[in-house]
Ligand binder design. Structure first.
Ligand SMILES: [Cu+2]
Length: 250
């Protein structure tokens, strides 16, 4: 239902949205009921000429019901919400399906580095593809991600997946996702991680199998070459950058 106006692009995005909708409906309905009762009573027992105010101590069982019935209702709805939330939490964070592929995600101040398995589908082999800020995945494929941080706490957040996972220095945190919609979407850091926090956006590109293979073929060689550290060579401005800096057009 929520997907009409908020894009969903993972197998569990709808479950998270439905949970939030359920909480919204339960809280919303009772909020309206409580306000109607409150304002109804204020109106009914408003000040009137010649009528003295009643002192109500709440000791009469009839009066106590105004407190005890809502109290029990809150407990019942709490249990409903907790059960629904634990089911989603279990599916997203505790249980994890058999992955088709792994991807490594490295957060640092202030960029994302992604290590893709490359054509052989395995990490830590020579055909791995490293990118900065662009995560490339294939539609309907289950990915296990391995999340690292090089420095401080970050949080890997993909709003269209309804996924958010903290990255903790010194730990490799595992999680999973299965993209279900083709497109390019935002990746963000959801944990204040320093002055450049707002400058560490990323993008996730979800492609069909054919498009993904085409990306891999194009990305494999140049990215491997550019992944070498540039420290040995002086950083020369690219022609495009030089033109931009000097304002030249040729
Ligand atoms: Cu960050």
């Amino acid at each position: 239902m929520i997907s009409w106006y908020l894009a969903q692009a993972s197998s569990y995005a709808a479950d998270v949205d439905n949970l939030i909708l359920l909480i919204g409906i339960i809280v919303g309905v009772w909020f309206v009921v409580a306000e109607l009762v409150l304002f109804g009573l204020i109106f009914k027992f408003r000040a009137r000429e010649g009528v003295r105010a009643l002192y109500v101590a709440g000791e009469d069982p009839k009066e106590k019901r105004w407190v005890s019935y809502p109290h029990h209702a809150v407990l019942v709805f709490d249990i409903i919400i907790v059960v629904a939330a634990l089911r989603v939490w279990n599916d997203v964070k505790i249980w994890s399906p058999q992955p088709d592929e792994q991807v490594r995600i490295i957060a640092q101040q202030w960029a994302w580095t992604f290590v893709h398995a490359g054509p052989d589908g395995k990490l830590d082999t020579p055909d791995d593809i490293r990118t900065v800020e662009d995560l490339n995945v294939q539609l309907d494929r289950t990915y296990q991600f391995e999340l690292h941080s090089k420095d401080v706490l970050h949080s890997f957040s993909v709003p269209v997946f309804r996924l958010k996972q903290d990255a903790v220095p010194g730990r490799a945190i595992l999680g999973w996702f299965k993209p279900t919609r083709v497109g390019t979407f935002d990746v963000q850091c959801a944990e204040i991680c320093g002055i450049g926090h707002g400058l560490m956006p990323g993008r996730i590109h979800i492609r069909t199998r054919e498009q993904h293979l085409a990306w891999m073929a194009g990305a494999a060689r140049p990215t491997l070459a550019s992944a070498e550290p540039a420290a040995t060579a002086p950083a020369l401005p690219t022609p495009a950058l030089a033109r931009a800096v000097t304002g030249g057009t040729r």
